[in-house]
Ligand binder design. Structure first.
Ligand code: XUL
Length: 516
């Protein structure tokens, strides 16, 4: 059996696969808001008066690891049969640790919980996560220094949520705590460290969400790290390909029944792990994950630069590269419109199908409600276009809902750039929404496939663990674990409507360039 763990924005998931039975034998989930309410992060992060600052208490993740294993043990999940574990983490978030980190990890005792033992190892109490947009000045500085080289070599222009600009801000604003920092981890390598009982290396996929990792040399970019701080390079984890064993699990986890022989395979970023979890690690199949954020990703052989600064090139955990597009205004925006309309998701499909038409009679919007990931939408407000009634917010609920679903799909299509795909697989909570799947098929003019996978990042981690430990090809694992359940075919007539809508959407976007 193989275990995959995902540390997401709103909670943690575990999936255990049995490769002989070809099935997921256990799924466990923890909600930060509900199950770890004492950390006061109802949505998974600390609410700050400045909406651009989004941090988390890293101790919540530490407590989450204990809780995840304790729950599985209490349900008599046979953790002793796990041969290897891998995991994934929300990308870009960073954890700052002092010199005691390795010593504490080396001496973990089974009779004391992780939280109590780990409490003293942080040089910075909070960890900025991917939703943080407070590093605009640092991004400008990095851009002025490295111009387009930073995008060419690291896969992305300087991006507010990326780890490099975040570290730079910390260095500038809190020199004392920075100097006390011996290790800087991203969330995935931090959690991997807790499992192996020492500071873990970082895989190429998650390293590429930092603006610090050179995708051609597969090393930290010395010039960039040195520009941020001369001591930064020493604090960063060593780098390894994702398909690498990083050691065996430390004896602490014996209390949950885990064997000391269980191997830990390098953790990865959540989107890269999802690429594997939906069986798309070879070029040709794209993935859209409709979770807290909406992301598009696909494997690619060559790096293609994106002029608008919307897309990122990252390491593909199965080797080569992947393209990623991430919009923060995903479920958050859909949910806001839905709750304002007072319509349940169950009713949405019926109402949209019966009372609205593709193209929404020209009603659409720039769907930005919270600070956006790309590029520089820091003080957002949705911008509407369409009939007077729609502009005044007086349209029927189902029109407002079609408006948000179509606009989000068009926005993604517009910024996806050149990719050659035969189909797109959808995953994440909102992939169960049939109206949205059909809209995606019509907008992208491609088959949209729903698959049996519910937790793509955690499943991807479990598959990667099996791939490395049992030496089974990913392609063979995909045949067993990734089963198509429903395909949405594009409708030519609707696609024609959306082609026109895309032109109008683009015009609206360009007219708001200042705001973007
Ligand atoms: C990707 C991104 C988010 C996080 C959280 O660049 O910021 O998708 O990985 O899932």
């Amino acid at each position: 059996m193989y275990l995959g763990i995902d540390i997401g924005t709103q909670g943690m998931k575990a999936q255990i696969i049995d490769i002989k039975a070809s099935s997921v034998v256990h799924t466990e989930a923890i909600s930060f808001g509900k199950d770890l309410a004492e950390f006061n992060c109802p949505l998974g992060y600390i609410v700050n008066t400045d909406p651009l600052v989004v941090h988390c208490n890293p101790l919540m993740w530490v407590a989450g690891i204990d809780l995840l294993f304790a729950r599985m043990k209490s349900k008599s999940v046979p953790l002793n049969l796990i041969r290897a574990i891998s995991g994934s983490g929300q990308q870009h978030g960073s954890v700052y640790l002092n010199a005691s980190f390795e010593e504490v990890l080396k001496n973990l005792k089974q009779d004391i919980n992780l939280l109590t033992q780990i409490e003293g190892v942080f040089s910075r109490k909070t960890a900025p996560i991917w939703m943080d947009r407070s590093t605009h000045d640092e991004c400008i500085e990095l851009y002025n220094q490295f111009k387009d080289r930073i995008q060419r070599d690291t896969g992305s222009p300087p991006i507010e949520r990326f780890t490099g600009p975040q570290i730079m801000k910390f260095f500038k604003s809190n020199k004392e705590e920075y100097d006390k920092t011996k290790y800087i981890h991203v969330i995935s390598s931090f959690i991997a460290s807790l499992l192996i009982g020492k500071s873990a290396p970082l895989d190429y996929s998650d390293a590429s969400g930092t603006n610090l990792f050179n995708l051609s040399t597969l090393t930290w970019d010395k010039e960039i790290t040195n520009f941020i701080s001369p001591t930064l390079l020493d604090k960063l984890p060593s780098l390894i390909p994702s398909a690498t064993s990083i050691g065996s699990i430390c004896s602490y986890y014996g209390k949950y029944g885990l064997s000391e022989k269980a191997e830990v395979i390098a953790f990865a970023g959540d989107n890269p792990s999802s690429l594997v979890g939906i069986g798309a690690s070879l070029p040709g199949i794209g993935g859209i994950s409709l979770g807290t954020s909406d992301t598009f990703f696909c494997a690619t052989q060559e790096s293609t630069l994106d002029e608008g600064g919307y897309g990122h090139m990252m390491g593909n955990p199965a080797g080569g590269l992947m393209k990623l597009l991430c919009f923060t205004n995903g479920s958050l925006a859909r949910e806001k419109v839905r709750s304002e309309c007072g319509i349940s998701w169950e009713e949405v499909n019926k109402l949209i199908a019966e009372n609205t038409i593709p193209g929404n009679e020209g009603n659409f919007l720039l769907p930005y409600f919270v600070p956006e990931s790309v590029p520089l939408i820091l003080n957002p407000k949705p911008i509407f276009s369409g009939s007077d009634k729609y502009m005044k917010g007086e349209e029927r609920g189902e029109v407002k809902l079609r408006g948000i679903l179509e606009s989000q799909a068009i926005r993604m299509k517009l910024h996806i750039g050149k990719v050659e795909l035969s189909k797109i697989r959808v995953t994440g909570g909102a992939s169960e929404n049939k109206s949205l799947c059909q809209i995606l098929a019509d907008v992208f003019e491609i088959d949209i496939e729903r698959i049996s996978v519910t937790e793509s990042a955690a499943l991807g981690a479990a598959l990667r663990a099996a791939n490395v430990e049992a030496q089974i090809l990913l392609i063979d694992l995909y045949k067993k674990f990734i089963i198509p359940i429903e395909t949405f075919k594009p409708n030519k007539e609707n696609s024609e409507v959306y082609k026109k809508m895309l032109i109008e959407y683009k015009k609206l976007e360009l007219s708001y360039k200042d705001y973007m």
